[in-house]
Ligand binder design. Sequence first.
Ligand code: S3P
Length: 450
Amino acid sequence: MSAHGDPIPMSARRADPLSGVAEVPGDKSISHRALILGALSVGETRITGLLEGQDVLDTARAMRAFGADVAHLGPGEWVVNGVGVGGFAEPADVIDCGNSGTGVRLIMGAMASSPITATFTGDASLRARPMGRVTEPLALFGAAAYGRAGGRLPMTVVGAAEPVPVRYAVPVPSAQVKSAVLLAGLNAPGETVVIEREATRDHTERMLAGFGAAVHVEQTGEGRVIVLTGQPELRPQTIAVPRDPSSAAFPVCAALIVEGSDVLVPGIGLNPTRAGLFTTLIEMGADLSYENPREEGGEPVADLRARFSPAMKGIEVPPERAPSMIDEYPILAVVAAFAEGVTLMPGIGELRVKESDRIAAMAAGLRACGAMVEEGADWMAVTGRGPGGLPGGATCATHLDHRIAMSFLCAGMAAQHPVTVDDCTPIATSFPVFEPLMEGLGARFARAEA
Ligand code: S3P
């Protein structure tokens, strides 16, 4: 099955040294939030650098369905004329969020404290993912949700006519759950309090403050406590979306494992809640540096320079770092397969409920490529084969998961024999220019018939 029609297999063969500048697209998390908060403010929000991946385009379409005017002016350039907090209209049809857990969970939060009803669905991957983690806190506001067994999509959310503010300790480290609660809190009178034991990406808090909401964050014994005062008048903003560190991870890691490579990946958002992969790679001995550090659009940004790193060693990744690199474990597992020794990744149970079960998908594909992988409920360990040492020569199942597809294509760029992914179409959800961008650096990809 593919995201859009028939699956398209793609293979990657060993590349010559990678070189050049990799301009990766805008940050997916920030792009979703810019559209949603733009839709919840009155007046014109201007966005540049928006990721035009399918996930974000689905959120743009959803915002139109809730009554916002969303216009595409040019590449990455969008204008949203919002309806204000509490101003969402009831959509006339089902909201299809495609492959995007972030899209559906944040939009459910944004509509749950308004007196409207909306039905949500998505592709086969999204319909298999748990929504109870969001609908349970939304019920505390007074919303009701009716979905399939196990809290799966399709699901209808009946928004609260008279929402009450809530105090909620997020039971799993999830920025999507935190953000859904904060967005619902926007239309509840009084203070909504969200507590997270471990800090997750904080783009929602930062952007809410930027739009003029009163939002205060305090570190306490309980964890990170976020207090939002409800029913603000959000002021439209001009937002420059930084480039996505989760997309930058692919050209960076490919450069580390392909012999002779030297690649510059400019303008990458390095919010500390997102940059855990780069810290980990440096600890493994990667030749990776931050150049020209600066601030853009309220987020720390730098140019990443990555060179072939034959001396990388396996490490134990601190479990408390997991939230800051949660989407990067698949590509880290690939790098680990080309390092010396064991890379142990504990505290990653959340990977089992992403676009696919990413622990199972990486373990199966890497084993098929000749790596030694062990896994448990919430951990994975990869024993590396050293630089250029992974045999490859396998076809890996991607399970409608863009990051699994891109990770195995990067593996093929450095393995002894080509690596094939059964379907490259999901890559368009987050990194639509992955193929030409990587080929521009020197990747050798080939599309095949299914
Ligand atoms: C995201 C949060 C993370 C991450 C996802 C994007 C976000 O999910 O995996 O790709 O933008 O809030 P969880 O909140 O489920 O950890």
